[in-house]
Design a protein around this ligand. Sequence first.
Ligand code: ZN
Length: 68
Amino acid sequence: MGSTTDFRCKQCHALLAKHDAGGLCIRRGDLQATITGGQFTVSITCYRCKTLSVVTSPSRAFAPQTAA
Ligand SMILES: [Zn+2]
């Protein structure tokens, strides 16, 4: 425990979210969201370059997917 994983935009490497023991934390300006639970998939549009990134739950590891 205690490990935090940064999730960055695959295009420009802007920091989009962080995984830690408590779940996935997304911060963007005044907005903060934390997503918990066993399995989830979250799509985040990069605030910088507008590239869509997909985050899946940590148990399945990051699976960068290209948007259809
Ligand atoms: Zn980006």
